[in-house]
Write a protein that binds this ligand. Structure first.
Ligand code: FES
Length: 140
């Protein structure tokens, strides 16, 4: 059943698969140089494997000297968080915001307000070596 008024149209609750991308690199893969990550900023990166379907979108968030990383997929509907490149953080820099429906995530990836409150972004393991940030494979 469809409502007459656009503001009240009901949409399916799941528009995209909420499962995390299946592909992960099987060896450490460089994401960027640490110098490319400004303090108190978040950036998005796309990692590619050898095949066309081997792709992983990640977010790196630097707060002071601390780094954290997540798969760029909101636990609410499986969408990427940003609408514009590298526009992830709230104005005060204390939360990642999903641009789709406003979920906010703390530095550990937990959603503390919004439609997926209580769920978390999927964390990735980062390694810092020789001034470069690597995605560490899960088997390491
Ligand atoms: S997709 Fe709805 S809050 Fe992120």
């Amino acid at each position: 059943m469809f409502a007459k008024w656009p503001g009240s149209i009901q949409t399916p609750r799941t528009l995209m698969p909420k499962t995390a991308p299946a592909w992960r690199p099987d060896a450490a893969q460089e994401i960027c140089r640490l110098a490319e990550m400004p303090h108190n900023a978040a950036r998005g990166f796309t990692l590619y494997g050898g095949d066309d379907d081997e792709k992983l979108e990640v977010i790196i968030w630097r707060r002071g000297d601390a780094l954290t990383g997540f798969v760029n997929q909101c636990p609410h509907m499986g969408l990427p968080l940003e609408t514009f490149p590298d526009r992830f953080l709230s104005a005060d820099g204390t939360a990642l915001i999903c641009s789709a429906h406003g979920a906010r995530f703390s530095f550990d990836g937990a959603c503390f307000t919004g439609p997926c409150k209580g769920q978390s972004l999927q964390a990735i393991t980062l390694k810092l070596r020789d001034g470069r940030i690597y995605l560490s494979p899960e088997t390491e």
